[in-house]
Design a protein around this ligand. Structure first.
Ligand code: CA
Ligand code: CA
Length: 407
């Protein structure tokens, strides 16, 4: 549409209204220093994300900058949970292991030694609950390592998969053509899915008060209310093999696909898939990190992925919700670095950490994001640091660097 007036030399062209394109989120990839075929992943008690290798007797810790450190454990981590005791718990065959964030490992045998603990989660009763896929039992271990196991009526469940704490005080688990529920005292209920071909493997609880689950071979995402009403949604890509699912901070559910990538589903069932580039990665565990981003495991080729959907306060290099001296130190350490991201101080996103980024940090110094995880003040105000630099007639960065060196 053209707008013009008789006396005006200008013609104004009015833009047609257009739909805003929603850009695909950025996906980062982190390569561990060692390990093999990672699968489960959890938001750890220390604010970092932790995952387990199923073939290398190790668990890994992923920090906000994507650095990965490994801890050796006694077996293969089939499942990993964040316990009520502030420790990590790993299901690894016929034992569970308790690992402190500092790396102290304690091993506890499960009662039935011929079984294999797969998925594990923290229960509403403060204990750890785990599925035993081979003989289809559910186990419960207290944080001091004493365990009991519950057997459902024969032939009720097969192919027990993941387990999660439900919104109703019970534990819920995926089991092939059933979704299962067990009360803290061990009473089982089976909710049959519509088809015997349904194949539930992953499960999580969502803010809408329902349980959401993946169907691996039947290529669906399902929702079940605590009363047992099931709704299913087909995944657009055929044979994508949905694996694990988690509730994102954006109100959507996020899930992995064994063949190709990561995807989200809205509470009303709209699915958007984000195929990963390169050769087809084999994606398994997925979790929302404390920084508001989605972390997932590429079992093959042994990588950790992160979907950057978190709100990020510019200047907050460690993602704890507050801009303070710690963030300034990180920026100083990476000044002029080529390893530039918002986690190292590149808030302008131009690939370098430089003076423009320092200005942004200064502007936000002392600010906290809404719901910032740790809204504690910096040890020194930015003005103190800056005025010290001015008094010494030196650039602020030199003062910061001196502070780092003398620390
Ligand atoms: Ca911070
Ligand atoms: Ca920059």
């Amino acid at each position: 549409m053209l707008l013009s007036t008789a006396n005006s030399p200008f013609r104004l062209e009015q833009l047609e209204p257009r739909q805003l394109l929603s850009a695909a989120p950025e996906i980062d990839t982190f390569i561990p220093p060692s390990g093999a075929f990672p699968k489960p992943i959890v938001a750890g008690p220390d604010g970092a994300v932790w995952y387990g290798d199923t073939l290398a007797h190790q668990i890994g810790r992923v920090d906000r900058q994507g650095h990965i450190t490994k801890i050796n454990i006694g077996g293969d981590a089939n499942g990993i949970a964040s316990g009520s005791d502030g420790n990590l718990w790993v299901a690894e065959g016929n034992q569970l292991e308790r690992i402190t964030p500092a790396g102290v490992v304690t091993t506890f045998a499960i009662p039935f030694q011929f079984n294999s603990a797969g998925s594990i989660t923290a229960g509403p009763d403060g204990a750890l609950w785990y599925t035993e896929g081979v003989f289809n039992k559910i186990g419960r271990m207290t944080i001091d390592g004493s365990a009991q196991e519950f057997s459902p009526p024969p032939r009720t469940f097969r192919n027990m998969g993941q387990i999660t704490a439900g919104p109703d005080g019970n534990l819920w688990f995926a089991a092939g053509s059933n979704i299962g529920r067990i009360t803290p005292t061990g009473q089982f209920t089976a909710f049959a899915l519509p088809s015997s071909q349904d194949d539930a493997v992953g499960i999580t609880v969502a803010p809408d008060g329902n349980l959401w689950f993946t169907e691996n071979n039947s290529n669906k995402i399902g929702r079940i209310t605590p009363a047992g009403v099931v709704t299913q949604f087909d995944v657009p890509t055929a044979n994508s093999h949905p694996d694990s699912i988690t509730a994102g901070p954006d109100g959507n559910l996020w899930f992995t696909e064994n063949y190709g990538g990561v995807a989200k589903i809205t509470p009303s069932g709209q699915i958007t898939e984000y195929p990963l580039t390169g050769f087809t990665p084999d994606c398994h565990g997925i979790v929302a990190g404390a920084d508001g981003n989605i972390y997932f495991v590429e079992s093959f080729p042994n990588q950790i992925g992160r979907v950057d959907i978190g709100e990020h306060l510019p200047g907050d290099t460690n993602g704890d919700g507050t801009v303070n001296f710690t963030d300034l130190l990180t920026l100083a350490q990476h000044y002029n670095s080529t390893e530039a991201s918002q986690w190292t101080g590149d808030f302008t996103g131009d690939g370098t950490v430089n003076f423009a980024d320092l200005l942004i940090l200064a502007q936000n110094y002392g600010k906290s994001a809404p719901g910032g995880a740790a809204a504690r003040p910096g040890s020194e105000s930015f003005l103190t640091v800056a005025s010290r630099a001015l008094r010494a007639r030196r650039p602020i960065l030199a003062v910061v660097t001196t502070a780092i060196r003398s620390a």
